[in-house]
Design a protein around this ligand. Structure first.
Ligand SMILES: Cc1ncc(COP(=O)(O)O)c(C=O)c1O
Length: 386
């Protein structure tokens, strides 16, 4: 009893995530799991061979704290080729335990108690707990999951003297929206005018559709100089289980970032860093990703097109949102659970990505699945009762 009184939760509002809940329900009902936000297929055999090579060649002790140098050099080259921005491997790039660690450390580095941080919701679920653990206050700009454009007026209205940082995510999970050049220019002007730190989550940077380009904050000098850019190899190489990511930031930001990174994990898994460094030398390995996923998006969308959902094709990421507002009034969580139980297809209710209770009557489906899984799931969705 005494012990119970002593331990006061630092995250009293955090419970079991919807991802864990939906995956458990999918497992229980042997449902096709389009809720899980990770690939159903394996990474390339070549990448597996490279890991094997580096494990056998003795790359099994601690990597340097900022990351294995060949990997930081490869990231620097890749970033320069993608966005023309120069990040020095020694001073500006840190290899992290997935983008989740990069985001957590960037937020911890930037946010002090009482600082306000602007978060666009729906949002990836790690941002808000990280802000709160630093004593910061999340300030939400709420977007409809089917939004057409960012309401910059609403963003401006949120800025106060206490606003320290803004978190952005493009391509976006869960909406599949990709920010335009104009969005980034507006962000740059706002960030400069209010001296904001930008934390940019770009884990889906190589998954953009219909000829769109991913525009990194790294490619806009006035943004790059005030930003932490967080990336992940998990999404790019179908290796989410490796938890290998990175953070790009100017040297003085990186120096502070590394002070926290070194006491959180010190360094991350060595042979995998060497393997990815080598694998990155062939740009086709990541430049082919958009076409790979665009075909899957189209396959899935085509197979569900007669159901009557309101569905705008995803612009990027491996998520497709559908609104069923014109088919049913059912609450999105209740519907996602019922579809899992009744027809055996699991999805994520998009309300789960909002800070407070909402119901936009929208479900998120992950199409990083085998074609057969997508077609089977679509077939079952066509039989559903709405
Ligand atoms: C938007 C977003 N950011 C960050 C992450 C986490 O990336 P990682 O697995 O590299 O930690 C995810 C994973 O789903 C994501 O969707």
């Amino acid at each position: 009893m005494l012990l119970k009184n002593r331990l006061q939760s630092k995250l009293p509002n955090v419970g079991t995530t919807i991802f864990t809940k939906m995956s458990a329900l999918a497992e229980e009902h042997k449902a096709l799991n389009l809720a899980q936000g990770f690939p159903e297929f394996d990474c390339s055999p070549e990448l597996q061979r490279l890991v094997d090579k580096h494990v056998r060649s003795g790359k099994n002790q601690y990597a340097p704290m900022p990351g294995a140098l060949p990997l930081r050099e490869a990231i620097s080259k890749q970033t320069f080729e993608a966005s023309g921005s120069e990040y020095h491997p020694v001073t500006d790039i840190t290899v992290t335990s997935g983008a989740t660690e990069a985001l957590f450390v960037a937020i911890s580095t930037a946010v002090h108690p009482g600082d306000e941080v602007i978060v666009f919701e729906p949002a990836y679920d790690s941002y808000v707990p990280a802000i709160e653990l630093s004593g910061g206050i999340p300030v939400f700009v709420t977007l409809d999951p089917q939004y057409d454009s960012i309401d910059w007026g609403a963003v401006k209205a949120c800025i106060t003297k206490k606003t320290r940082a803004i978190i952005i995510n493009t391509p976006h999970n869960p909406t599949g929206k990709v920010w335009t050049a104009s969005d980034l220019q507006t962000l740059a002007a706002l960030a400069e005018a209010h001296d904001l730190i930008v934390i940019s989550d770009e884990v889906y940077e190589y998954i953009v559709f219909d000829g769109r380009a991913h525009i990194s904050v790294a490619s806009i000098p006035s943004l790059a100089e005030r930003s932490f850019v967080c990336g992940s190899f998990g999404k790019t190489f179908h290796t989410t289980g490796w938890k290998l990511g990175y953070c790009l930031a100017p040297a003085h930001f990186t120096a502070e970032f590394r002070k926290i990174h070194q006491f959180l994990v010190f360094s991350v898994v060595t042979p995998f860093q060497f393997a990815v460094a080598e694998y990155l030398s062939e740009p086709e390995h990541y430049l082919s990703l958009s076409a790979f996923y665009e075909r899957k998006r189209d396959l899935f969308n085509d197979a569900i097109k007669d159901i009557g959902f309101i569905q705008k094709p995803s612009e990027g990421s491996f998520f497709q949102n559908v609104s069923y507002a014109n088919l049913s009034d059912e609450n999105d969580l209740a519907l996602a659970e019922r579809l899992t139980r009744e027809i055996g297809v699991a999805s994520i209710p998009v309300s789960a990505f909002y800070g407070r209770e909402t119901d936009f009557k929208t479900l998120r489906f992950c199409f990083a699945k085998h074609d057969e899984t997508l077609l089977k799931a679509a077939g079952l969705l066509n039989t559903a009762r709405w």
